[in-house]
Design a protein around this ligand. Structure first.
Ligand code: EPU
Length: 444
């Protein structure tokens, strides 16, 4: 396993480019199962999650070749397997995105249920409700979802849940509905740009989806989808992460390929805190040297502040003067990063779905542990601003969803070393005789 050793206190300066969006690329890759011909995708980011989903697709009889830096080519050569195995699905929840496409194209699907995860309870009841409404017979046995339908039929489906809509659920239902008989109307569809990107991809193959980007989708089923070529959108979450990095280090960075039109809430909030964000032709210039003011922030479904930047914003608020109140309405338990930030000197108090952050003068380097993808990013950003050295373990979480984030930040002047995770200075302290006796008698 690898870990990062970060020397903090260097203002970022320079230019980097944002990569393709993970959360658009994954459902789009899954939806290539629906196509009758070869599909070429551009701008797929080079990530562990992308490699994992590619493995799932290969296990389902697809041939994939090419290179993420140029183009990836997908084509089905054997459609007999309909099982997405636990061994692969357990590595990445987004594997559930193959459920809708498999069912619609191969009439059957058997997909391992994604388990729990560090960002909270993540049921898939809304996915299943939508597919059942379209006529699928669904059972859950031995940890797998078994779904079957000779041909799905259009239906009216409400996808609202206690925490808003569902992003991958909307992707699954939309992907299934494009080949269903008749019209499907989805109400309370997720409006996230990544859902729009999947819809645009499906339409480019011949699907008829209207209403993308609104909570009301109308999908006229078609007999078949063709192959085609598509460019995945740029990653608004990575762009936000880089902007926040500029703020935390009081640096000035120039970002290429920022999907600014999808980032109004984030840009407005960062501007309120004191960052200066300007568009200069294709470049987004982020100046993090300005004054800071604390702010309240609520993570909400799009177009609200994404839950996927809540952790990184918490790092920024940790060194922003004043008291900030951060609430996550999408994943109310997504606060594992808070206690690690506290180890770096942040003052954070958790109250249910809310964290109260009292800005401190500075953070200090410490040994910390990443718990999930965005928590890892939050810790890297905090480490860039901290005094001294920070060691971040379990960075495999980061590699799942950011393309070379350490290289990009280093190219801006950061000092992040990726090293083998060896126990640092681990020695067994001497224990007085009587205590060691006590321990062994208790163990017995
Ligand atoms: N929910 C239900 N029932 C369902 C589905 C979801 O109650 O059937 C709840 C969830 O428990 C959660 C809320 O609805 O409280 C939203 O969950 P959603 O289904 O939208 O999340 P997701 O589709 O599993 C995607 C992203 C996440 C991102 C969320 C929210 C992908 C591959 N993943 O997950 O991305 O946080 O939407 O925007 O698109 C990340 O990139 O780090 C990440 C976790």
């Amino acid at each position: 396993m690898e870990m990062f050793v970060v020397s903090g206190g260097r203002p970022l300066k320079g230019r980097v480019s944002v990569s393709g969006a993970k959360n658009a690329a994954l459902p789009i890759m899954a939806a290539t199962l629906l196509a009758d011909g070869p599909v070429t995708l551009h701008n797929v980011p080079q990530l562990v999650d992308v490699a994992t989903l590619a493995r799932v697709l290969v296990s389902l009889g697809m041939k994939i070749h090419g290179d993420t830096s140029a183009a990836l080519h997908f084509e089905t050569h054997d459609d007999s397997n309909v099982t997405a195995d636990y061994e692969l699905v357990r590595r990445m929840r987004a594997s559930i995105c193959v459920l809708g496409p498999l069912l619609a194209r191969r009439k059957r699907a058997c997909v391992s249920l994604p388990g729990g995860c560090n960002i909270g309870h993540r049921p898939i009841d809304l996915h299943l409700k939508g597919l059942r409404a379209m006529g699928a017979e669904i059972t859950i046995e031995n940890g797998y979802v078994y779904a079957e339908a000779e041909r799905l039929r259009g239906a009216d489906i409400y996808l609202g849940g206690a925490f808003g809509s569902t992003v991958t659920g909307t992707c699954n239902i939309m992907s299934a509905a494009v080949l269903a008989e008749g019209t499907t109307r989805i109400e309370a569809a997720a409006c996230e740009p990544e859902v729009v990107d999947l819809g645009n991809f499906l339409n480019s193959l011949g699907a008829h989806i209207q209403g993308l980007g609104t909570p009301f989708l109308t999908i006229e089923g078609v007999e078949r989808l063709s192959g085609g070529e598509y460019r995945v959108a740029y990653d608004r979450i990575e762009a936000a992460t880089l902007m926040i990095a500029a703020g935390l280090t009081r640096g000035v960075v120039e970002l290429e390929q920022v999907p600014v039109a999808d980032m109004t809430a984030v840009i407005e909030t960062l501007t309120h805190i004191g960052l200066k964000i300007d568009q200069l032709g294709p470049l987004t210039i982020v100046d993090g040297r300005g004054l800071r003011s604390a702010t309240d922030l609520v993570a909400l479904p799009y177009p609200g502040i994404p839950t996927d930047v809540q952790a990184q914003m918490m790092s920024l608020m940790s060194v922003t003067p004043g008291m900030s109140v951060i609430t996550d309405r999408v994943f109310p338990d997504r606060f594992m990063h808070a206690s690690e930030l506290v180890r770096m000197g942040a003052q954070i108090r958790r109250e249910g779905p809310t964290a109260v952050v009292q800005g401190v003068e500075h953070l200090s380097g410490a040994h910390v542990m990443a718990s999930d993808l965005r928590a890892s990013a939050a810790l890297v950003l905090a480490a860039l601003a901290a005094e001294g050295e920070t060691v971040i373990r379990r960075i495999y979480h980061l590699d799942r969803g950011y393309e070379r984030l350490d290289d990009k930040l280093n190219s801006l002047g950061a000092s992040i070393r990726r090293v083998d995770d060896q126990p640092v200075g681990l020695t067994t302290p001497e224990v007085p005789m009587e205590l060691s006796k006590h321990r062994s008698s208790r163990a017995a």
